[in-house]
Design a protein around this ligand. Structure first.
Ligand code: S3P
Length: 437
C-alpha cells in the first residue's frame, strides 16, 4: 500500500500513543505461565502482539477479550501443551526469541517460523546459550536462522554474559531458567530493557538485580496479575521528533513509559536542545510513566555512541530525521545491531532519507548526517516492509518541500496501527488524507 504525504503546516494537540509493544509481549507470555486468571488492560492491538497471542493460544492458553481487558487463563510453569502445527511468529523477533527460551524447557516438540524478514534474522545468539543450558534447539544453516526446531527438556541454570546487548536474549534465558535446575545469572555490560525482570519480580519470581547482574532462582510459581500497559516510548518517539522540528509546534503526549532502560530518545533529544517537559510522573503497572509536553526548538547536531545505544536502539531511524533537521553534523556509532532488525535499518535509513534529499552517509556501524533544514525535498521511498522505517519516513515527509510517497506503508500495523490517525490529528488534516491507499 502506498501513502502520499505533504508538509505539515502546524502541529498541536494532545494524544495518547499505543500501548508498549515489549511490555505487551511479556504480559501475554508471563501471564500464560501464572497459576490462574490474569487481566491485561490496554494491551497493544497490533500485528506483532497478534503473533504472540496466536502462539500462546496454540500452546493451549485461553486468551479472551472481556470489556477493555484481555483475560489470560495461566496454566502454571509447566502447563503448556504441544502444538499440533508449526508456530508462526510473523514478523516478530521478540515472539520467536522469547518463545525459543520458554519452549526449550517445556517437555514437548515445537517448530517456530516467521515471515520473510524474520527467517533471515540471527538466532544463534539465543540458540548457543540455550544449548549450554542443555537445550535441544536447532536452526537453519548451522543454527544461524529460523525456523527453530525444539525438543523441550529439563535444563540447567547458566551464568552468562551476552556478547550483544539484547533484551530478547536476556528474556529468553530468564524464561528458560524459570524451571531449570540451579540458578540463572545474566550479566550485562550495558543495561537493556528490563520489563521481563520487573514483571517476573511482580509475579513472585525469586529474582534479584545487583551491579549489572540478574539472578533468577528457579522453582517459584508465578502469581496471576492485573497489568496495565503504559504507552510505548518507541511510538511516542515519532511525535516527539515531529513536534521538535515543525516550527511553532506544541504537543502533549500522555501516559508514555519512561523506563530508564528505554529513555535514550529523551536524553538524545534533550542533548540536541529539544524543548521537552516531563510532567505528571507516576508508576503504572510497575513501570515509570509520564506526560511529555514537546515544543519546537532549534536542534543541534550530536554524536550518539556507547552505552546509550541499547536505550534507543529502535529510535535511531527517527532520530536520524531529527539529526537531518539539526544544525551541524551528527554521528551514530556502535549501532551495528540495526543491520539485523526487521530490515537493515542502517542501509534503509541512509538510502531512503537520501532519496528525500537528506545528506546522510552510511558507516559500518552507524551513519553521519550533515543537518540541513531545507534539505528535505520529497520523493518516492519505501518502508521495505519495516514499521519503524515507514513511520520515520512519514515524519520526514512532514518537512519536505514536495510530495512524498511511501511504498509498503501498511508496515506500521506491526506496532502502531493508530499512527496515521494520530498523524492526521496532530497535523489538523482529515484522517482519510493520511490513510494508505
Ligand atoms: C526488544 C528488544 C530489542 C528491540 C526490539 C524489542 C524486546 O531487540 O530492538 O524491538 O522487546 O525485548 P534486541 O533484544 O534484539 O536488542
Amino acid at each position: 500500500m502506498n501513502i502520499t504525504l505533504t508538509r505539515a503546516e502546524s502541529i498541536k494537540g494532545e494524544i495518547f500513543v499505543n500501548a508498549d509493544k515489549s511490555i505487551s509481549h511479556r504480559a501475554l507470555i508471563l501471564t500464560s505461565l501464572a497459576q490462574g486468571e490474569s487481566r491485561i488492560k490496554n494491551i497493544l492491538q497490533a500485528e506483532d502482539i497478534d503473533s504472540t497471542s496466536r502462539c500462546m493460544t496454540r500452546l493451549g492458553i485461553d486468551i479472551k477479550r472481556q470489556d477493555d481487558y484481555l483475560v489470560v487463563k495461566g496454566k502454571g510453569l509447566q502447563g503448556l501443551k504441544e502444538p499440533r502445527a508449526v508456530l508462526d511468529c510473523g514478523n516478530s523477533g521478540t515472539t520467536m526469541r522469547l518463545l525459543g527460551g520458554l519452549l526449550s524447557a517445556q517437555e514437548f516438540f515445537t517448530v517456530l517460523t516467521g515471515d520473510d524478514s524474520l527467517v533471515g534474522r540471527p538466532m544463534k545468539r539465543v540458540i548457543e546459550p540455550l544449548q549450554r543450558m542443555g537445550a535441544e534447539i536447532y536452526g537453519r544453516q548451522d543454527n544461524q536462522f529460523p525456523p527453530l526446531a525444539i525438543r523441550g527438556k529439563s535444563l540447567q541454570g547458566i551464568r552468562y554474559q551476552p556478547a550483544i546487548a539484547s533484551a530478547q536474549v536476556k528474556s529468553a534465558l530468564l524464561l528458560a531458567g524459570l524451571t531449570a535446575g540451579g540458578n540463572t545469572v545474566i550479566s550485562e555490560a550495558n543495561p537493556t530493557r528490563d520489563h521481563s525482570e520487573r514483571m517476573l519480580a511482580a509475579m513472585g519470581a525469586d529474582l534479584s538485580i545487583a551491579e549489572g547482574q540478574i539472578r533468577l532462582v528457579p522453582g517459584r510459581e508465578l502469581s496471576p496479575q492485573e497489568f496495565l500497559v503504559p504507552g510505548d516510548i518507541s511510538s511516542a518517539a515519532y511525535f516527539l521528533v515531529l513536534a521538535s522540528i515543525v516550527p511553532g509546534a506544541e504537543l502533549l503526549i500522555r501516559d508514555v513509559g519512561i523506563n530508564p532502560t528505554r529513555d535514550g530518545i529523551l536524553a538524545a533529544l534533550e542533548q540536541m536542545g529539544a524543548n521537552l517537559k516531563i510532567e505528571n510522573q507516576r508508576i503504572i503497572g510497575g513501570e515509570p510513566v509520564a506526560d511529555i509536553l514537546v515544543r519546537s526548538a532549534d536542534l543541534q547536531g550530536i554524536t550518539i555512541e556507547g552505552g546509550i545505544i541499547p536505550r534507543l536502539i529502535d529510535e535511531l531511524p527517527i532520530l536520524a530525521v531529527a539529526m537531518a533537521n539539526a544544525e551541524g553534523v551528527s554521528t551514530v556509532r556502535n549501532a551495528g545491531e540495526l543491520r539485523v532488525k526487521e530490515t537493515d535499518r542502517i542501509k534503509a535509513t541512509v538510502e531512503e532519507l537520501t532519496a528525500l534529499g537528506v545528506k546522510i552517509k552510511e558507516n559500518g556501524d552507524g551513519f553521519s548526517i550533515i543537518g540541513d533544514r531545507d534539505g528535505f525535498k520529497g520523493g518516492i521511498v519505501s518502508s521495505r516492509g519495516d514499521h519503524r522505517i515507514a513511520m520515520s519516513l512519514a515524519i520526514a515527509a512532514q518537512l519536505c518541500e514536495g510530495e512524498t510517497t511511501i511504498q509498503e506503508a501498511q508496515a506500521v500495523n506491526i506496532s502502531f496501527p493508530d499512527f496515521w490517525f494520530l498523524l492526521s490529528k496532530v497535523t489538523g488534516r482529515s484522517p482519510d488524507r493520511n490513510m494508505p491507499q
